[in-house]
Design a protein around this ligand. Sequence first.
Ligand code: CAA
Length: 309
Amino acid sequence: MAFAASQIVRGFSSSAVRNVVIKNVTIIGGGQMGAGIAQVAASTGHSVTLVDTSDDILKKSIKLIEGSLKRVAKKKFSDKPEAGEEFIKKIVQKVSTSTDAESAVQGSDLVVEAIVENLKIKQDLFSRLDKLAPSHTIFASNTSSLSICDIASSTNRQDRFGGLHFFNPVAMMKLVEVIGTPATSQDTLDSLLNFSKVLGKTPVSCKDTSGFIVNRLLVPCMMEAIRLYERGDASKEDIDIGMKLGAGYPMGPFELADYVGLDIVKAVIEAFKTKDPKNPLFDSSDLLNKLVAEGKLGIKTGEGFYKHK
Ligand code: CAA
């Protein structure tokens, strides 16, 4: 098993929990990110419980996982489709689903939250889970924009709480940002860094600052692109071509905004603005707000800045 490679000692004292060997992972939130994290954790030998509020959502999450695994299998077993099917089946079997977060966390070494970007909802969730999860269990949030410190403040395990920020599509993107607050213990950080490596990712560390590394640079860039377009200085198509061919980006800012979801981009920039209201890079955009109000959220709704089939 992949995680067996990490020979780390597990300790159980309440505040000085040693590096945790992460075998059982609970992911709360079965959207794109939660499903993606569940997929990579299951693919690297972990037992995964994926939690969301309804069986219908969880069925869609499993479909997302299967869809992504099909793309992986197509390459890996191009001349052996049956082996590809077996590969997908084995990984999907490692993911169980549940609508009961409280029960799910009871056998968990790590809980990764990937739910809606709303501080109060995240705090309420973690506060409930904190009472039921074993003392060694590490809590992590995949938040894109909120403060880990603020989320962790609703628990009594701030030393065992960190940020674990993945990128979409999780199966393809090699980076994980590991975020520590002033209260996060070194053992927790080491466990999260090690877990990221076991997933086959490259972790980078960052303090608990708005947007961490990537979103702090990427989202203001998207907002600047939208402002450039709103002023009529260039078309969105040319801005996208410009950033792909002139800066080597795999997607232009409008393509990426549609890919990530315009509601997410809006939520991220609003969270940055709350923390630093005077920074003009974090100003809102009328066009972005209008598209979100119209339900044009990008690829997931069939239309955003562009129309999608
Ligand atoms: N699952 C599995 N495989 C996938 C996949 C998925 N979801 N998406 C793409 N792939 C694979 C394809 O199978 C294909 O494999 P081969 O080339 O080996 O055949 C490969 O990736 C390339 O895919 P495509 O040809 O469809 O398209 P592409 O070359 O444009 O690559 C991409 C797709 C990897 C998404 C690439 O465009 C890219 O890197 N885009 C930028 C993504 C990015 O910036 N993500 C970060 C967003 S910000 C964020 O997530 C943080 C946040 O908090 C908001």
